[in-house]
Design a protein around this ligand. Structure first.
Ligand code: NDP
Length: 447
C-alpha cells in the first residue's frame, strides 16, 4: 500500500487504531483514500466528513442458534453493519460464508456507500451476513438457520430503515426463508424490506441477472470508448455463482466467448465457449463442483492445472468470485498475454499490488464499486416497484439497468477528467461516489 500524506494520513491512522485486526476493512479504506488527495486539497471542509464516514453508524453482532438434521445445536455469528444513511435507507447484501467476520462485513459495507451513491438512487450503505456455510446443508437446515437469523435481524430492518439483499451464499432460496420469517414475526407483508425476492412474491425482473449483466454493460461502454465491442473477444470470468453466470450469459449475447470460469475447487477451460445451461445445471441445480461440468461436457474441456484462471490468454478478464482473488502474479500474466480490460464483477477481487501492475501497463481497469453496481441499482428498482405495488417487464427493467450503467460509466470518466486523471476509473468512481455522500452529510449536520 502506498504512503498517504497530510489529513488523509491522519484520518487513516485513526482508522487503523480504531479497527485493529481488520485487514480487509483497512485495505478498502486505504484504496479510497489513495484517490482522494485532489478532492481534499480542493475541499478542506470534507475532512471531518471523511472521519465520520469511516465510522459505521451502527454495528450489530448477534448469536444465531439453530438445530441441525441430527438434532445437534449449532451456533453461528450474525452481523449487520449499518454504515451510512445520508442518501437513503442502508442497503447492501447478506453474505453466508465461513470466512465472514467483522472486517469483511465492514469492508463490504464501506464500499457499498460509494457504490450506492454512484447509482444516483436514494440508498445508503450497509452489509451483513454470517459465518454459516450453506454448502452441504439440507434445505431444512438452511431454512432453520435463516429463520433464527431473521428472528434477531427483523428488529433492525425495514423498508425505510435498512433493506438487505443477497450476496455470496444468499440467493433466492435464502431470501425466501428470510422474508417468510420476517412476515411471520411482524405480521406485515412489507415487500420492500428485502430485495432479491421471487417474481411471484414481490421480486423484480432482471434482479438475478443484474450484477453480471451490469458489469458486462459497463465493460461494453469501456470497449465502445475505444471503438470496439465484445464481438469476437475471448473472456475469462472467475466464479460460477450468481454474478459469474449472468456475466457469461450477457457476454455470449453480445458476441464474446467466455473460455474459462472457476469455483472454489479450481477452474475449467472450455475454448469453444462455456455451455451456460450445463453450468447452471451443475452449479445451481446439483450444487456440485466444476469437475462435474468437465465430465458432462467432454468437447476438449479441461480442468485447469497450471496456476490460476488468470494465466490463460484472453482479451478481457472479469473477476466475479471473491475478494483478493487476482494477485500480482496473475496481473503480470494478464499483461503478458495481451489482456486489454479487467472489470471487477466481485467486490475488491484485485489486490492493490495487482491493480498497480494493470494500471502501469495501461490496461483498462473497472473497479467493483462502479462495475458491479448494477445489482444494487436493480434492488433499488425492486424497492420502487414494491412501493408503488407495480411490476415492470423484463425489457423495461433491463433498459433501466443499461441506462444506469451507462450513466455510471459517464460519471467515472467525467470525474477522472475533472481531477486530471484521465482513464483512471478507480479515481473517477471513488471521487464521484464520495463527493455525493459528503455533500449530503454536510447538509444534514453533525450526526
Ligand atoms: P455466489 O455465492 O453466487 O457465487 C460465488 C462464486 O465464487 C462461487 O462460484 C464460489 O465457488 C466462488 N468462490 C468463492 N470463494 C472462492 C475462492 N476463494 N476462490 C475461487 N472461487 C471462489 O456469490 P455472488 O455471485 O453473488 O457474488 C460473487 C461476488 O460478487 C462477491 O464478491 C459479491 O460480494 C459480489 N457482488 C454480488 C452481488 C450480487 O448481486 N449477488 C452484487 C455486487 C457484488 P463455490 O461454488 O465453490 O462456492
Amino acid at each position: 500500500m502506498s504512503e498517504l500524506e497530510g489529513p488523509l494520513k491522519d484520518i487513516f491512522d485513526v482508522v487503523i487504531h480504531r479497527n485493529p485486526g481488520e485487514p480487509e476493512f483497512q485495505q478498502a479504506v486505504h484504496e479510497v483514500f489513495e484517490t482522494l488527495t485532489p478532492v481534499m486539497a480542493k475541499h478542506p471542509e470534507y475532512e471531518d466528513v471523511l472521519t465520520r464516514m469511516c465510522e459505521p453508524e451502527r454495528q450489530i453482532i448477534f448469536r444465531v442458534p439453530w438445530i441441525d438434521d441430527d438434532g445437534k445445536v449449532q451456533i453461528n455469528r450474525g452481523f449487520r453493519v449499518e454504515f451510512n444513511s445520508a442518501l437513503g435507507p442502508y442497503k447492501g447484501g447478506l453474505r453466508f460464508h465461513p470466512s465472514v467476520n467483522l472486517s469483511i462485513v465492514k469492508f463490504l459495507g464501506f464500499e457499498q456507500i460509494f457504490k450506492n451513491s454512484l447509482t444516483g438512487l436514494p440508498i445508503g450503505g450497509g452489509k451483513g451476513g454470517s459465518d454459516f456455510d450453506p454448502k452441504g446443508r439440507s434445505d431444512r437446515e438452511v431454512m432453520r438457520f435463516c429463520q433464527s437469523f431473521m428472528t434477531e435481524l427483523y428488529r433492525h430492518i425495514g423498508d425505510k430503515t435498512d433493506v438487505p439483499a443477497g450476496d455470496i451464499g444468499v440467493g433466492g432460496r435464502e431470501i425466501g426463508y428470510l422474508f417468510g420469517q420476517y412476515k411471520r414475526i411482524t405480521n406485515r407483508y412489507e415487500s420492500g424490506v428485502l430485495t432479491g425476492k421471487g417474481l411471484t412474491w414481490g421480486g423484480s425482473q432482471v434482479r438475478p441477472e443484474a450484477t453480471g449483466y451490469g458489469a458486462v454493460f459497463f465493460v461494453d461502454e469501456m470497449l465502445k470508448a475505444k471503438g470496439q465491442g465484445f464481438d469476437g473477444k475471448k473472456v475469462l470470468v472467475s466464479g460460477s455463482g450468481n454474478v459469474a453466470t449472468y456475466a457469461i450469459e450477457k457476454i455470449h449475447q453480445l458476441g464474446g466467448t467466455v473460455i474459462g470460469c472457476s469455483d472454489s475447487s479450481g477452474y475449467v477451460i472450455d475454448e469453444k465457449g462455456i455451455d451456460l445451461e450445463l453450468l447452471k445445471e451443475v452449479k445451481q441445480v446439483r450444487r456440485a463442483r466444476l469437475s462435474e461440468y468437465v465430465e458432462l461436457r467432454g468437447n476438449g474441456t479441461k480442468v485447469g492445472t497450471d496456476g490460476t484462471l488468470w494465466q490463460v490468454p484472453a482479451d478481457i478478464a472479469l473477476p466475479c468470485a471473491t475478494q483478493n482473488e487476482l494477485d500480482e502474479d496473475d496481473a503480470k500474466a494478464l499483461v503478458a498475454n495481451g489482456c486489454q480490460i479487467v472489470g471487477e464483477g466481485a467486490n475488491m477481487p484485485t489486490t492493490p499490488e495487482a491493480i498497480k501492475v494493470l494500471q502501469a501497463a495501461g490496461i483498462g481497469f473497472a473497479p467493483g464499486k462502479a462495475a458491479n453496481a448494477g445489482g444494487v441499482a436493480t434492488s433499488a428498482l425492486e424497492m420502487q416497484q414494491n412501493a408503488s405495488r407495480d411490476s415492470w417487464s423484463f425489457e423495461y427493467t433491463e433498459e433501466r439497468l443499461s441506462d444506469i450503467m451507462r450513466s455510471i460509466h459517464e460519471t467515472c470518466v467525467e470525474t477522472a477528467d475533472e481531477y486530471n486523471d484521465p482513464n483512471n476509473y478507480i479515481a473517477g468512481a471513488n471521487i464521484a461516489g464520495f463527493v455525493h455522500v459528503a455533500e449530503a452529510m454536510l447538509a444534514l449536520g453533525v450526526i
